[in-house]
Design a protein around this ligand. Structure first.
Ligand code: NAP
Length: 264
């Protein structure tokens, strides 16, 4: 009995590790966006399913009997797809999503916006913005070729960026001291980010607050209409309980893209 974890997050990796340690068969699914992903424990498949229909076919073929959607809070397509696919196939599904930063002590001092275009509009007067809203949002900031933008990304940008922009390639977690140094050395006046939540990337917000900088933050999309779990421990318990209560369904097929076929 295999549980499918839709991953790409630290929580997804922690869940896979916990389930493997408990002897549960898991397969983690990654989109394949990152060049050198942190691979989770257990089996791994990489690449899209081909929309909700493709994911439903994957489930119908018996690759997994239950799904944990542990994708990033700002990955709306895969979350929408798995809700549809689970509904089409009657597959148990829960969402594992870390709490956002709405409860952060300084949250009411930040400017909350619905999307990247609104973030740019809200920070239009910034001279030296620090952009940590992700690679896919960069086109929304193209009009800022006229200023010194500091961009932080995991992988290099797909397209050439404006001449005045500087790129930091790195992957969290980030420390308070390191973030404070970046903000000071680059003379940042506005930090732009999205409500990823968690502790790995919150230090920039703490440092920005202490330095008196403005923060513009993109709010999370509407939650998916499925049971929401906030911690890896809750998701682990759900998987164990679901494994124990559902009738045994043998995996009828194997996904060709298992970890043994991964180049990295
Ligand atoms: P997205 O816009 O919701 O997804 C776009 C397409 O990528 C989906 O329709 C699906 O293709 C495929 N896909 C996404 N996640 C997948 C997964 N875990 N396994 C298999 N296919 C997946 O997502 P995104 O913003 O491109 O993010 C891609 C992945 O990066 C997510 O898994 C997410 O957890 C991770 N991530 C995203 C962010 C972010 O800020 N967006 C940050 C950190 C990590 P098909 O329709 O062909 O199935």
């Amino acid at each position: 009995m295999t549980i499918l974890i839709l991953g790409g997050t630290a929580e997804a990796r922690q869940l896979a590790a916990a389930l493997v340690a408990d002897g549960v068969d898991v397969i983690s699914s990654l989109a394949g966006r990152v060049r050198t992903p942190n691979l989770p424990a257990g089996r791994v498949r990489v690449g899209g399913f081909g929309g909700a229909g493709g994911l439903a076919d994957y489930l119908r073929r018996g690759h997994a009997f239950a799904v944990v959607d542990a994708t990033h809070p700002f990955a709306p397509k895969i979350t929408k797809n798995v809700v549809q696919a689970a509904s089409m196939t009657g597959t148990p599904l829960v969402r594992l999503e870390r709490p956002g930063w709405r409860e952060h002590p300084r949250a009411n001092t930040w400017t909350w916006v619905p999307d990247a275009a609104a973030a740019r509009a809200a920070a239009e007067r910034a001279f030296r913005p620090f952009l940590t809203t992700g690679r896919q949002s960069l086109p929304d900031f193209a009009a800022w070729a006229d200023r010194d933008v500091l961009v932080r990304l995991v992988d290099p940008p797909a397209a050439t960026l404006p001449r005045r922009w500087n790129v930091i390639l790195s992957r969290g977690p980030y420390s308070y001291d390191g973030e404070r140094t970046i903000l000071t050395e680059h003379a940042i006046d506005v930090v732009l980010t999205k409500d990823s939540g968690g502790t790995h990337t919150v230090a920039k917000l703490d440092a920005a607050g202490d330095l008196g900088l403005s923060v513009v933050i993109i709010a999370r999309p509407e939650p998916a209409p499925v049971p929401l779990l906030r911690t890896v421990a809750e998701a682990t318990a759900w998987c164990l309980e679901t494994s124990a209560t559902l009738p045994r369904r043998a995996d009828r097929a194997r996904d060709p893209l298992t970890s043994s076929s991964l180049g990295d």
